[in-house]
Design a protein around this ligand. Sequence first.
Ligand code: FA5
Length: 338
Amino acid sequence: MTSSAAEETISSLKTEALEQLSAASDEAALESWRVEFMGRKGRLTGILRNLGSLESDERRAAGAAANRLKGELESAFEEQVAAGKRSGASGAAPDAIDVTLPGRRPRHGRLHPSTQVIREMLDAFNEMGFQTVEGNEVELERYNFDMLNIPADHPARDMQDTIWINRERDSIDGGVLLRTQTSPMQPRTMEQQDPPVRIVSPGKCFRTEATDATHEWQFHQVEGLAVDEGLSFADLKGTLYEFARRLFGADRKVRFRCDFFPFVEPGVDMSVDWNGRWVEILGAGMVHPQVLRNVGYDPEKYTGFAFGVGPERVAMLKYGIEDIRHFFSNDLRFLSQF
Ligand code: FA5
């Protein structure tokens, strides 16, 4: 056997072996292939054995080619065994695409109705000059309550029965909780920048509510805050009227009533007419001087207004949804209507 003849034999053995291997579809065929080509008396082993009869130069070249082929056939064999296991007994790969099936339109996902309404609300406020900032769902007691003029013994805390993560008041930050409102973004923002401030901040809030048609234990709010020299209650009303006009149209009736929140003075809530019934969608008011002092702003120089809107309530009014509990029950029959 000359070197080139040996290399030619190796090359044609490769073609033949790979062809037969790809046709070996069951365990028995794979085993007889292995015995024929790779076994102790197999054809490749035979070639390797005969290398000794060649001249040393020729032996080196043919030996390298034969060893390369051995490696290639071994990995091709392993691959074929693995493919056989994947396809199971039927012999057809389970993930094979059946091109004879009729085409089907893929199901499209869509944004949750709360997200859609939040985006619409943010668009309205952004166009009025409010910048969007993001807050944390897990909040410090200090920002959720203390900085907002709600000290530990204040009865207003009871109205927001709270999901605590850690109740220890071992530092100025106090405990850790799932925020009950987006209002902590007021002091957090004011600590970071000097006036003028004009921000909106969307996000989730959590309270241990006894749920009913208009109360969930988790819901969203969009907080708003504007602080500058000379802002008045007229600015608050103008902003919220414009917001209601944008979201509900010019004909929808809205109503302001006095309300109490420790971080504003005076405080109001705004309700929207729903078939002759008033549904409250937001709390608002002029920022309390103590809240401005808490962040180092001078209340003699600056005034501001703040508001917190519930987008689920807004969506209920916009689309005639009669029960807020649909929003988080994850029922596609409800969610796919929006
Ligand atoms: C507040 O949470 C105040 N932080 C709002 C505020 C901000 C006042 C800035 C003044 C200045 P209240 O608890 O009323 O207030 O909630 C405000 C809005 O969030 C409600 O009008 C309602 O739309 C929504 N909301 C409150 N609780 C729930 C609930 N359990 N389920 C669904 N929406 C709720």
